[in-house]
Design a protein around this ligand. Structure first.
Ligand SMILES: [Zn+2]
Length: 249
């Protein structure tokens, strides 16, 4: 999970959502509001405005449309951060939408939520304030009992009694970190030998990874330098411009 900058919707898109939300809010009970939200949600897929809203969410994703939660799969679903089944009052509120892959959205997150569930679209979000990465295993580790830990459980990134843990993701995260280490070392070699074309190519690869943009961020702006690969630390000491080249702009 990596911070995502929420783009603004235009006035017709906001009006569209407001209209849908006011239809939901007009229902007399919470149960009826939830039912109405479900019906409206199913019925709007043909709307051009709704398609534009989906496009805006897609444009907010990293790496050509990666899921905002797992960063591994392609995002395809509008995800209600607060599920519309339990929070119909935000079923059509722009700030309640993320873009996720089908597995994250339907198989794991589904209608689950906890107070403080990590939302990568919140301004100033920094996932590394909430959990850490273990490069040896690829696991994400949060302090026990925190909303961050519950977020990991809900998404299947950590063992949870209700769903199988997504250990395939853990392994891919670990392997991806190996690729980042390789690229950072390549950057060091390219800079040392003055190979400008290779330098640029490596930066481009790190800027637009196919998966796990957050792991690139972890490796380059590390809070626990000792956990980072020694060769990465040496390159970062010698060429301190690399994090800014990759992570800004
Ligand atoms: Zn996902």
């Amino acid at each position: 999970m990596k911070a995502v900058i929420r783009k603004p919707l235009n006035p017709p898109q906001l009006d569209f959502l407001r209209k849908q939300q006011s239809d939901v809010d007009a229902e007399p009970t919470r149960k009826k509001q939830a039912d109405r939200a479900q019906t409206l949600w199913r019925g709007q897929t043909r709307s051009r405005t709704f398609r534009e809203i989906r496009e805006t969410l897609h444009g907010m994703c990293h790496s050509l449309g990666r899921c905002m939660y797992c960063e591994d799969s392609r995002a395809t679903d509008i995800e209600h951060i607060r599920p519309k089944e339990h929070y119909p009052e935000v079923a059509f509120v722009w700030e309640n939408y993320a873009y996720a892959c089908n597995v994250c959205n339907q198989q794991y997150k589904s209608d689950r939520y906890c107070e403080g569930f990590l939302d990568p679209t919140v301004a100033g979000f920094d996932v590394w304030e909430h959990w850490r990465f273990d490069p040896a295993t690829g696991a994400l580790i949060a302090r026990p009992g925190t909303p961050a830990e519950e977020t990991l459980r809900i998404l299947g990134f950590k063992h949870d009694a209700r769903k199988p843990e997504r250990t395939d993701l853990t392994i891919r995260r670990r392997d991806f970190y190996g690729l980042v280490v390789h690229l950072v070392r390549s950057y060091g070699v390219a800079r040392r030998t003055g190979d400008v074309a290779e330098t640029k190519q490596v930066v481009d690869q790190l800027r637009s990874p196919l998966q796990f943009a957050s792991i690139v961020e972890w490796a380059l702006r590390n809070r626990q330098p000792a956990e980072n690969d020694r060769s990465v630390r040496l390159v970062l000491d010698a060429y301190p411009e690399l994090p800014d080249l990759v992570l800004t702009g």
